[in-house]
Design a protein around this ligand. Sequence first.
Ligand code: NAP
Length: 457
Amino acid sequence: MITSFNPATEAILAEYEEYGNDQVEKCLARAAQAQVQWARTPLAERLALFGHAARVLRERKDELALLITLEMGKPLAESLGEIEKSAWNFEVYAQAAPGFLADTVVPSGASDSRIVYDPIGLVLAVMPWNYPFWQVMRAAAPVFAGGNGLVLKHASNVPQCALAMQDVFRQAGFPSGLFTTLLVGSGRVASLIQDRRIAAVTFTGSTPAGRSIAATAGQALKKQVLELGGSDPFIVLADADVDAAATAAVKARFQNTGQSCIAAKRFIVEDAIADRFVDVFCELTRKLVVGNPMDAASTQGSMAKRSLRDELHAQVVASVKEGARLLIGGKAIDSPGAFYQPTVLDHVTPGMTAAREETFGPAAAILRVANATQAVEVANGTPFGLGAALWTGNADLARKLSREIQAGAVFINGIVASDPRLPFGGTKESGYGRELGILGLHEFTNIKTVWTGPARA
Ligand code: NAP
């Protein structure tokens, strides 16, 4: 049984039977057929439907945002933002895809040498609950633009979102089956990857699940893109605008109730300005309003699952035992729901739990360092390499350090964010491959070389 459950009230919202073998088979057969037709459809016609998808998302934004909030607990205003971003993503690809998919002509003497980008087939998307629409839509737009179909195995706690997305594409006029939701548990993923109709897999989620998917896909010789966990550093150097950095830092840590792969998790601050940074950071953290995510006044909702809240709490407790100073929070909120106090830990050192592990919730770890060199060393001292933020007034130093930081993206004087125009992904144990931008589209195409010699007279 797949259960839609409200983590803020602990009410069961709906229950669904998992799809059995026959239903999965029917879905895959229909998806494969739809994809073949779609691949033959001219690009301009395919992209015309992207505008419809954006329109339907916006027309239904209140209903869809409500589903997000009900199933995973984030404040409603953030859910509305997620739907808007998903709509924008389709508009960006509608506009950019013709250029992204144009042949690349390679100068090669008398011959005509070019790279063309062909569809590869059905892409299996195994997705997480933290941005239940955005994560899927950011995969779907480039997959569809490239002439492929998408089969979704969504996280088991957001089945209503998964079904609603299928309905959005139906309403937008996409061929039936091109976007297919399968209501199945994670135990079904390996056999889906092995299915001959699945050409590739895109996975967003935790590093352990990524390892397992990569092993199965590797064995089946299927292309994979893995977007995994992160423990993003947020470096603040002494010459930065400290108040602006601390203000942005609070947003970077606590938005989405701290449950974002690219949330800043380790605040690495130069000693000279650390006290000022901590003061402003704490002052703003105290202003966060934890409460009913349906209430417009709440800036932080419920975490998505009690188990995740308990894991976060254990990480906070362990870090304090290891010597971190608890400045704010540090407790679950005693009420129904998976609410956790916004938490700030200061004087965290690299060996402590909050610095070593990914903290997927509203807890910030502040690490004090002597200088920029040490900041980069600490930033790179984890197995992760997703995003990084770097705050400094020195543009030359920023560019130099941005090349030394081991991450898929470095944002200078800003918050790490995904943007459909820019490639997104990680390095080290944060995964491989890229989503979004031109590279995200090319990931799921057959990049084909076509060489033509001079025709004989
Ligand atoms: P998760 O437990 O890995 O689940 C993600 C998806 O994988 C769900 O659909 C889940 O299905 C499925 N799954 C879990 N274990 C699996 C296995 N062994 N084999 C096949 N599929 C499996 O992750 P989560 O708790 O939902 O999300 C939080 C994690 O995702 C964090 O580590 C976060 O950093 C990461 N994340 C990364 C990005 C990125 O872009 N890099 C974005 C968002 C989140 P069930 O729900 O049925 O178990």
